[in-house]
Design a protein. Structure first.
Length: 220
Protein backbone atom coordinates (compact mmCIF):
# COMPACT_ATOMS: atom_id res chain seq x y z
CA UNK A 1 0.00 0.00 0.00
CA UNK A 2 1.23 3.51 -0.84
CA UNK A 3 1.94 5.85 2.03
CA UNK A 4 -0.76 8.41 2.70
CA UNK A 5 -0.96 11.65 4.65
CA UNK A 6 -1.61 10.70 8.27
CA UNK A 7 0.37 7.45 8.10
CA UNK A 8 3.30 6.97 10.44
CA UNK A 9 6.52 7.66 8.55
CA UNK A 10 8.43 4.37 8.30
CA UNK A 11 11.38 4.18 10.68
CA UNK A 12 14.76 2.99 9.46
CA UNK A 13 18.45 2.97 10.31
CA UNK A 14 20.91 4.18 7.70
CA UNK A 15 24.34 5.65 7.07
CA UNK A 16 24.43 9.34 6.23
CA UNK A 17 27.00 12.03 5.56
CA UNK A 18 26.71 12.92 9.25
CA UNK A 19 26.98 9.39 10.61
CA UNK A 20 24.62 6.50 11.16
CA UNK A 21 21.16 7.38 12.47
CA UNK A 22 17.82 5.89 13.35
CA UNK A 23 15.24 8.09 11.68
CA UNK A 24 12.55 8.50 14.36
CA UNK A 25 15.15 8.98 17.06
CA UNK A 26 16.93 11.59 14.92
CA UNK A 27 13.69 13.53 14.36
CA UNK A 28 13.03 13.64 18.10
CA UNK A 29 10.52 16.38 18.97
CA UNK A 30 11.16 18.29 15.75
CA UNK A 31 9.39 18.53 12.44
CA UNK A 32 11.23 17.04 9.48
CA UNK A 33 11.53 17.43 5.70
CA UNK A 34 12.78 14.32 3.89
CA UNK A 35 13.50 14.90 0.21
CA UNK A 36 14.82 12.30 -2.20
CA UNK A 37 16.92 12.18 -5.36
CA UNK A 38 17.25 9.51 -8.07
CA UNK A 39 21.00 9.86 -8.59
CA UNK A 40 24.04 11.87 -7.57
CA UNK A 41 25.79 14.20 -10.00
CA UNK A 42 22.55 15.16 -11.75
CA UNK A 43 21.93 18.81 -12.66
CA UNK A 44 18.46 19.59 -11.29
CA UNK A 45 19.14 17.86 -7.97
CA UNK A 46 22.43 19.74 -7.63
CA UNK A 47 20.55 23.05 -7.70
CA UNK A 48 18.01 21.75 -5.19
CA UNK A 49 20.55 20.57 -2.64
CA UNK A 50 22.37 23.89 -2.75
CA UNK A 51 19.21 25.92 -2.35
CA UNK A 52 18.03 23.77 0.54
CA UNK A 53 21.35 24.43 2.29
CA UNK A 54 20.80 28.17 1.81
CA UNK A 55 17.25 27.91 3.16
CA UNK A 56 18.12 25.72 6.15
CA UNK A 57 18.21 28.61 8.69
CA UNK A 58 14.54 29.25 7.93
CA UNK A 59 13.68 25.63 8.67
CA UNK A 60 15.80 25.80 11.83
CA UNK A 61 13.68 28.74 13.06
CA UNK A 62 10.63 26.51 12.71
CA UNK A 63 12.15 23.58 14.63
CA UNK A 64 12.28 21.56 11.42
CA UNK A 65 15.15 19.25 10.49
CA UNK A 66 16.16 18.59 6.89
CA UNK A 67 17.44 15.30 5.52
CA UNK A 68 18.13 14.26 1.95
CA UNK A 69 18.28 10.86 0.32
CA UNK A 70 19.92 9.76 -2.90
CA UNK A 71 20.18 6.32 -4.46
CA UNK A 72 23.96 6.22 -4.13
CA UNK A 73 26.49 5.42 -1.40
CA UNK A 74 27.52 7.98 1.21
CA UNK A 75 31.05 8.33 -0.18
CA UNK A 76 29.55 9.56 -3.46
CA UNK A 77 27.43 12.06 -1.53
CA UNK A 78 30.62 13.52 -0.07
CA UNK A 79 32.16 13.97 -3.53
CA UNK A 80 28.92 15.42 -4.87
CA UNK A 81 28.79 17.92 -2.00
CA UNK A 82 31.94 19.55 -3.32
CA UNK A 83 30.30 20.06 -6.72
CA UNK A 84 27.18 21.46 -5.07
CA UNK A 85 29.23 23.99 -3.10
CA UNK A 86 31.18 25.00 -6.20
CA UNK A 87 28.14 25.48 -8.43
CA UNK A 88 25.57 26.91 -6.00
CA UNK A 89 27.73 28.50 -3.32
CA UNK A 90 26.17 26.35 -0.59
CA UNK A 91 27.38 22.91 0.49
CA UNK A 92 24.77 20.62 2.05
CA UNK A 93 24.62 21.39 5.79
CA UNK A 94 22.20 18.59 6.61
CA UNK A 95 22.60 14.80 6.47
CA UNK A 96 22.30 12.92 3.18
CA UNK A 97 21.17 9.30 3.42
CA UNK A 98 23.09 6.71 1.43
CA UNK A 99 20.54 4.38 -0.15
CA UNK A 100 22.68 2.30 -2.49
CA UNK A 101 20.54 -0.81 -1.92
CA UNK A 102 17.25 1.09 -2.54
CA UNK A 103 16.01 0.01 0.87
CA UNK A 104 14.67 3.38 2.07
CA UNK A 105 13.30 4.28 -1.37
CA UNK A 106 11.30 1.03 -1.32
CA UNK A 107 10.23 1.54 2.29
CA UNK A 108 8.69 4.89 1.33
CA UNK A 109 7.10 3.56 -1.85
CA UNK A 110 9.23 5.73 -4.10
CA UNK A 111 10.47 2.92 -6.32
CA UNK A 112 9.09 -0.43 -7.44
CA UNK A 113 9.46 -3.04 -4.68
CA UNK A 114 11.04 -5.45 -7.17
CA UNK A 115 13.69 -2.98 -8.37
CA UNK A 116 17.16 -4.56 -8.31
CA UNK A 117 20.77 -3.75 -9.09
CA UNK A 118 23.43 -1.75 -7.34
CA UNK A 119 23.33 2.02 -7.29
CA UNK A 120 26.24 2.28 -9.70
CA UNK A 121 24.52 -0.01 -12.20
CA UNK A 122 21.32 2.02 -12.17
CA UNK A 123 20.86 5.28 -14.08
CA UNK A 124 18.87 8.28 -12.95
CA UNK A 125 16.06 7.28 -15.33
CA UNK A 126 15.86 3.91 -13.58
CA UNK A 127 15.19 5.74 -10.32
CA UNK A 128 13.03 8.51 -11.79
CA UNK A 129 10.29 8.11 -9.18
CA UNK A 130 12.65 8.86 -6.28
CA UNK A 131 11.76 12.57 -6.40
CA UNK A 132 9.54 13.03 -3.36
CA UNK A 133 9.16 15.49 -0.51
CA UNK A 134 7.74 14.31 2.82
CA UNK A 135 6.95 16.64 5.69
CA UNK A 136 6.78 14.69 8.94
CA UNK A 137 5.51 16.00 12.27
CA UNK A 138 6.94 15.53 15.76
CA UNK A 139 4.35 12.76 16.16
CA UNK A 140 6.12 10.97 13.27
CA UNK A 141 2.98 11.20 11.11
CA UNK A 142 3.29 12.21 7.45
CA UNK A 143 1.78 15.67 6.93
CA UNK A 144 2.65 16.30 3.27
CA UNK A 145 3.70 14.24 0.24
CA UNK A 146 4.75 15.83 -3.05
CA UNK A 147 6.22 13.92 -6.02
CA UNK A 148 8.08 15.77 -8.77
CA UNK A 149 9.30 14.72 -12.23
CA UNK A 150 13.07 14.68 -12.79
CA UNK A 151 12.93 17.66 -15.14
CA UNK A 152 11.28 20.05 -12.67
CA UNK A 153 13.21 21.61 -9.82
CA UNK A 154 11.30 21.64 -6.57
CA UNK A 155 9.93 24.81 -4.99
CA UNK A 156 11.28 24.66 -1.44
CA UNK A 157 9.85 28.08 -0.67
CA UNK A 158 6.47 26.40 -1.12
CA UNK A 159 7.50 23.60 1.26
CA UNK A 160 8.37 26.28 3.82
CA UNK A 161 4.98 27.93 3.27
CA UNK A 162 3.19 24.60 3.82
CA UNK A 163 5.23 24.00 6.97
CA UNK A 164 4.08 27.37 8.33
CA UNK A 165 0.49 26.41 7.57
CA UNK A 166 0.82 22.99 9.20
CA UNK A 167 2.34 24.49 12.33
CA UNK A 168 -0.45 27.07 12.59
CA UNK A 169 -3.00 24.27 12.39
CA UNK A 170 -1.17 22.30 15.08
CA UNK A 171 -1.02 25.29 17.45
CA UNK A 172 -4.25 27.17 16.77
CA UNK A 173 -6.72 24.90 14.91
CA UNK A 174 -6.80 27.15 11.87
CA UNK A 175 -6.43 26.37 8.17
CA UNK A 176 -4.99 28.60 5.46
CA UNK A 177 -6.82 29.71 2.29
CA UNK A 178 -5.61 29.59 -1.29
CA UNK A 179 -2.22 31.22 -1.91
CA UNK A 180 -1.94 32.17 1.77
CA UNK A 181 1.24 33.89 2.93
CA UNK A 182 2.59 34.64 6.41
CA UNK A 183 0.57 37.38 8.13
CA UNK A 184 -2.59 36.97 6.07
CA UNK A 185 -6.00 35.95 7.39
CA UNK A 186 -6.71 32.31 8.20
CA UNK A 187 -9.80 30.12 8.59
CA UNK A 188 -11.05 28.42 11.75
CA UNK A 189 -11.15 24.69 11.02
CA UNK A 190 -14.66 23.14 10.79
CA UNK A 191 -13.93 20.75 13.66
CA UNK A 192 -13.92 23.73 16.06
CA UNK A 193 -17.42 24.57 17.30
CA UNK A 194 -18.61 28.17 17.46
CA UNK A 195 -18.51 27.92 21.25
CA UNK A 196 -14.86 26.84 21.25
CA UNK A 197 -14.07 29.41 18.56
CA UNK A 198 -15.46 32.22 20.75
CA UNK A 199 -13.06 31.16 23.50
CA UNK A 200 -10.07 30.97 21.15
CA UNK A 201 -10.97 34.07 19.13
CA UNK A 202 -12.88 36.40 21.50
CA UNK A 203 -12.74 39.28 19.01
CA UNK A 204 -14.93 37.27 16.68
CA UNK A 205 -14.61 36.44 13.01
CA UNK A 206 -15.94 37.30 9.57
CA UNK A 207 -18.31 34.68 8.17
CA UNK A 208 -19.31 35.16 4.51
CA UNK A 209 -20.78 31.66 4.88
CA UNK A 210 -21.52 29.80 8.14
CA UNK A 211 -18.78 27.26 7.37
CA UNK A 212 -16.19 29.95 6.50
CA UNK A 213 -14.99 31.71 9.67
CA UNK A 214 -12.12 34.07 8.86
CA UNK A 215 -9.81 35.53 11.52
CA UNK A 216 -6.44 37.32 11.54
CA UNK A 217 -3.48 34.98 11.70
CA UNK A 218 -2.53 34.16 15.32
CA UNK A 219 1.03 35.39 15.76
CA UNK A 220 2.20 33.24 18.69
Amino acid sequence: MALQIGDTAPDFEADTTQGRLRFHEWIGDSWCVLFSHPKNFTPVCTTELGYMAKLKPEFDKRNCKIIGLSVDPVEDHVRWSRDIAETTGHAPNYPMIGDADLRVAKLYGMIHPNATGSARERKAADNATVRNVFVIGPDKAIKLIIAYPMSTGRNFDEVLRVLDSLQLTARHKVATPVNWKQGEDVIIVPAVSDEEARQKFPEGWKAPKPYMRIVPQPMT
